[in-house]
Design a protein around this ligand. Sequence first.
Ligand SMILES: Nc1ccn([C@@H]2O[C@H](COP(=O)(O)OP(=O)(O)OP(=O)(O)O)[C@@H](O)[C@H]2O)c(=O)n1
Ligand SMILES: [Mg+2]
Length: 405
Amino acid sequence: MKINKMPLEFIEALPILETIENAGYEAYFVGGSVRDTLLSKPIHDVDIATSAYPEEIKKIFNRTVDTGIEHGTVMILDHGTGYETTTFRTESTYTDFRRPDEVKFVRSLDEDLKRRDFTVNALALTKDGEVIDLFGGVQDMSAKVLRAVGRPEERFHEDALRMMRAVRFAAQLDFKIDPDTQKAIAENAPLLANIAVERINVEFSKLMQGTSASYGLVEMIKSGLNRFMPGLSSTDQDLAAYAELLQIAQPADDSQAWSLLSFELGLNPQDTSKFLKLWKQPNEMIQTAKSVITLMNKLRLGDVNDWDLYQTQDAITTALATVKISEISANVDNLSMRYQALPIKHKQELAINGGELVKSLHLAPGPLFGKILADLEHRVVTGGLENERAALLHAAAEIVEKEKK
Ligand SMILES: Nc1ccn([C@@H]2O[C@H](COP(=O)(O)OP(=O)(O)OP(=O)(O)O)[C@@H](O)[C@H]2O)c(=O)n1
Ligand SMILES: [Mg+2]
């Protein structure tokens, strides 16, 4: 099979393949970029596989970076782009289910493709656009089947993360998982316990945002993978409810995905924080999710007031987007308009600040300061007071008087 129209990303990288070949070695485009080209999807990183050893690559090209030399990966820098170039390799024994005990470089493309995870990921592309397909990847692609290369259990023993990759790719590509592959995932699910949570996180996040997220999630539950994922070991029912929602719409980013997951698990803001910490989520996302959950839990019980919307602060966009795809039947457009109409969005937008209290009311800084400003903030947001300097100073003076009594 031949590709008639090479994407620009490949055309730009052709000189690299040619240079390696002119030096007497083989070189191919491999991995996700070949798969995505055949699926007419945009490609991100162009990966190259070669028979040249890392030291040989470094002799051929002036500008290289050792990005993963122990795995045989060298990055070739060319016209501002970096190309990960990996020597053909076979991976011998795996005692820890995530890394080969040793990486063996080989000179044969076949050996290299044999140890890749799925047939659609085991395709290689020559500089002339010829597709090398040793395991029926092209056919699986047209049948929309995700199938492990060779014996599935061997692939999953080599790297247990591949089981998560299977449900992730199925969700992203709208593929069905082949029955033998499915069976091997169910049988080997406990191996996921050997995998770092950060790596599982990447796959799970992509799964939740896939066009077929619902299918991927159902497969994940059916095979029992979630039993070996932080905080999800006995949440099948909640996850199934989440999967049902995902049939209709999918989260557009990680914050939405994890906020909605936390909501479906019925977590309060504090438990959301604990849950997301287990998953090593960035602090910023944890703060956002807590605000989202606070608002959603209120909306679940009924309407929210302007103060609730205000308190959501910068998490409001994520919150409203998440509400929209949740089972909460709130009028999101209306909530959004109400938020937009708030007199202020942040404390800093109050027409006076602490300095002003010192200057105009001759107050000494102290605990009363915070109390005054918080009171003014609340009254401005809820519409009881205009955000205007004189009005605020007047109200502040009243509070001071009241405190004196
Ligand atoms: N656990 C893994 C990870 C990767 N690969 C191989 O390495 C290639 C590149 O890996 P990666 O970039 O992680 O995945 P992609 O298939 O490129 O998918 P994505 O579009 O998400 O990058 C894969 O296509 C596959 O051939 C593998 O066999 N086993
Ligand atoms: Mg990739």
